[in-house]
Design a binder for this molecule. Structure first.
Ligand code: NAD
Ligand code: ZN
Length: 251
């Protein structure tokens, strides 16, 4: 007997197949089953530091080597990780649905690796680095840190190409995400604790604009009261079940 019941969603699936838009917001939880720790769950600490204390412009200005070692460690895990059944189900759904957007807070590249195409990476990516001098984007360093990676063009320090606490999201990416949220018929929130703004406000935008919001998360989050349905199980279990229901309804 399964712990979740898709009933509240089922009547909406034909509408999605007919072209009404779906937006899926994902967070660290969707990659948990690929072996990548979430920030707020077990295994989220690094050398006794909270990620929040390392993922900031202040931390980088103070101690770039510690920050880069943290990112090099995460990158090593990401390069070894494979998309799980949750990522793969989302890619399958995108091939079935005329209009679907994945908006992710993750920086691990696993949605693209699974085959999703229409992806908005709100918080950037670990797979590239950016020059603090000339802003050029380059592939993330392959080797260990130290030595600190530097720009081949201008010699300035490279930084991870992610959005840190206290930094603004790319306005272009954010606008695309907000527009998609306001235009969608159904909005899934998958594996995010919904505490990091402004990403957490996307579900609110969607709900206010009339979308049905569904949450996929084994734990309770502040979003639940807003949701038309809550599926309390892991993403790698729920998303394939939804994809299978879509396939059954292909006209
Ligand atoms: P979070 O760590 O705050 O919350 C993770 C959420 O996932 C929790 O609510 C938890 O209950 C849920 N969860 C755990 N296992 C799950 C599963 N199998 N299926 C579905 N849900 C599951 O993560 P967040 O809300 O994404 O915010 C943290 C920030 O940290 C984000 O901005 C993100 O950029 C960054 N981050 C990214 C990665 C990554 O790219 N893989 C990993 C850690 C943190
Ligand atoms: Zn440079």
């Amino acid at each position: 007997m399964s712990a979740f019941d898709l009933t509240p969603l089922l009547d909406l699936l034909p509408e999605l197949l007919a072209g009404r838009p779906l937006v899926v917001l994902t967070g660290a939880g969707v990659s948990a089953e690929s072996g990548l720790p979430t920030f707020r769950g077990p295994g989220g600490m690094w050398e006794g530091n909270r990620p929040e204390d390392l993922a900031s412009p202040e931390a980088f200005a103070r101690d770039p080597e510690t920050v880069w070692r943290f990112y090099a460690w995460r990158l090593e895990k990401v390069r070894a990780a494979r998309p799980n059944e949750g990522h793969l189900a989302l890619a399958r759904m995108e091939r079935l649905l005329p209009r679907m957007t994945v908006v992710t807070q993750n920086v691990d590249g696993l949605h693209a690796a699974a085959g999703s195409r229409n992806i908005l990476e709100l918080h950037g990516t670990l797979l590239t680095a950016r020059c603090t001098g000339c802003d050029r984007g380059v592939p993330a360093p392959e080797g260990p840190v130290p030595p600190l990676p530097r720009c081949a063009a201008c010699g300035a320090l490279l930084r991870p190409d992610v959005v840190w606490f206290g930094e603004a999201l790319s306005p272009v990416t954010w606008k695309a995400a907000a527009d998609a949220a306001e235009a969608c018929a159904v909005f899934f929130v998958v594996g995010t604790s919904s505490v990091v703004a402004p990403a957490s406000s996307l579900a609110l935008l969607a709900a206010r604009a009339g979308a049905y919001v569904f949450e996929i998360n084994p734990e309770e989050t502040p979003l639940a009261p807003l949701a038309a349905g809550v599926f309390r199980a892991g993403a790698a279990e729920v998303l394939p079940a939804i994809a299978a229901e879509l396939v059954r309804r292909i006209p």
